[in-house]
Design a protein. Structure first.
Length: 178
């Protein structure tokens, strides 16, 4: 089976899993994911927008089955560090912005557990709504940039690396969660 047929089959399966509205393939929409603050020559055939970890796992399973490369992004607004671009041609973007829940908050220990789509603005608003004295350590980037995306792209806060603020990551993958 040709690469084009494998991709077409995968897109059909992703639409079944995510709903057609969360599998983007139109060239106008894809163009926004093919530009950044630096030169990027890569073309992408689709953007997938899962809503939960089960859909992420299913998307990865489909990609693996059809031999389609996938590149994850959180919100795609981590300007200058990675933006929303792919790492090579014909790579499908797995956009995790719909996984945007703040799962746990412990004021005494001063930590939050977040999904990859949680933005700097969401955390700021969350802490304000809790009337806490804690503040989020954010960057000068967009309020819509992802906390996790910035950490994984080696983002900075002042003079230190943000990854020092992220002592634990739970990373899910294919067979481990199937």
């Amino acid at each position: 089976m040709s690469a084009d047929l494998r991709l077409a089959s995968a897109i059909q399966e992703w639409r079944h899993v995510l709903g057609a509205e969360h599998v983007w393939t139109d060239t106008r929409r894809l163009a926004t994911f093919q530009s950044a603050t630096y030169h990027t020559p890569y073309q992408i055939p689709a953007v997938l927008r899962p809503a939960n970890i089960e859909q992420v796992v299913e998307c990865l399973h489909i990609a693996s089955h059809h031999g389609v490369p996938v590149h994850p992004i959180s919100t795609g607004k981590n300007w200058g560090y990675g933006s929303a671009t792919a790492t090579h041609d014909n790579c499908v973007l797995l956009m995790l912005s719909r996984l945007n829940r703040i799962i746990n908050f412990d004021e005494r220990l001063a930590y939050v557990t977040v999904e990859p789509g949680v933005t700097q603005r969401q955390l700021y608003d969350f802490l304000r709504s809790r009337n806490t004295n804690l503040v989020a350590s954010v960057t000068g980037s967009s309020p819509e940039s992802s906390l996790i995306g910035n950490v994984l792209e080696r983002g900075a806060r002042g003079r230190s690396a943000r990854r020092s603020l992220c002592p634990c990551l739970r990373i899910g993958g294919g067979a481990a969660h199937r």
